[in-house]
Design a protein around this ligand. Structure first.
Ligand code: NAD
Length: 268
């Protein structure tokens, strides 16, 4: 049986750990070549490469472009294009800074907006024309429940994720007519996770645990009780499974969506 993504090449930004690595592993499991990316130590890179080869990736190439730097993004996209046609782009890399709006410095604003939103724009403008030409392409943007609803102390993050949802909808419309059912079409969608067990939530977990006498589990339970009705964290592999489904031919008519994986958070 042919693997679903055999012959395809996927760039997953921020894939050296967390949700990005889980997505890359799912895509690798269906035979995709992986462009591994992120800011990481050589040990982290070696670990991620081993995970992806073990999952079934025929080839893995690592890039460490800093997504705050447009020239670095352009150089990475250019080098990828000279290596392989890019079929799948997952804009996953992201950063979080929790701070009241009036205390968010210009540096915080610029960093969050550049990694979470502008980098996705630059990767998309460079990847989408080639996808349209070939009749198949998938852009999966990892937004957040914070692309759909707000919370206090997250102004730059919420602004970036709402922006990412809007950007994705425009791209979905502009490319909706590309390709065919047979070729797979070009789709652009967002996944909007709620609380998911990765490093990015750690500062918030630690802060809440400190309010509860240092009990980490109580801290997690308290954060969940506040927002996520299921009261369960998501595992990164669950986001990976949805990303893989969006990349499948069967999803050729699913475009412009922002799909929550949030235990009911945004249903409230
Ligand atoms: P993480 O901190 O484990 O991973 C973030 C990744 O982004 C890392 O691989 C890192 O190398 C990369 N990155 C950060 N800054 C970068 C830069 N300047 N240049 C290049 N790469 C950079 O966190 P995660 O939870 O796996 O986050 C993945 C995505 O999921 C993010 O966009 C995040 O906003 C989103 N998200 C996470 C949650 C959650 O609860 N974990 C919820 C909603 C949305």
């Amino acid at each position: 049986m042919t693997a679903l993504l055999e012959g395809k090449t996927a760039l997953v930004t921020g894939s050296v750990q967390g949700i990005g690595l889980a997505i890359a592993r799912e895509l690798a499991g269906e035979g995709a070549r992986i462009v591994l990316h992120g800011l990481a130590t050589p040990e982290q890179v070696a670990h991620a490469e081993a995970v992806l080869h073990a999952a079934g990736a025929p080839e893995v190439r690592f890039f460490d472009a800093d997504l705050r730097d447009v020239a670095a993004i352009e150089a990475m996209m250019d080098e990828i294009a000279r290596w392989q046609a890019l079929d799948i782009l997952v804009n996953n890399a992201g950063i979080q800074r929790t701070v009241p709006l009036a205390e968010a410095t210009p540096e915080i604003w610029d960093a969050v907006l550049s990694v979470n939103l502008s980098a996705a724009f630059h990767c998309m403008r460079l990847a989408l024309p080639g996808m349209a030409e070939r009749g198949y392409g998938r852009v999966v943007n990892i937004a957040s429940v914070h692309g759909l609803v707000a919370s206090t102390n997250k102004a730059p993050y919420v602004a970036s994720k709402y922006g990412l949802v809007g950007l994705s909808r425009v791209a979905a419309l502009e490319y909706a007519g590309a390709g065919s059912r047979e070729s797979g079409g070009v789709t652009v969608n967002c996944i909007c996770p709620g609380w998911t067990e990765t490093a990015i939530i750690e500062p918030q977990v630690v802060a809440r645990a400190a309010e509860m006498g240092g009990d980490r589990q109580a801290g997690v339970a308290s954060l969940l009780a506040e927002k996520q009705p299921s009261r369960r964290l998501s595992d990164p592999s669950e986001i990976g499974a949805l990303a893989l489904w969006l990349c499948a031919p069967v999803a050729h008519n699913v475009t412009g969506t922002a799909i929550p994986v949030d235990g009911g958070w945004t249903a409230q």
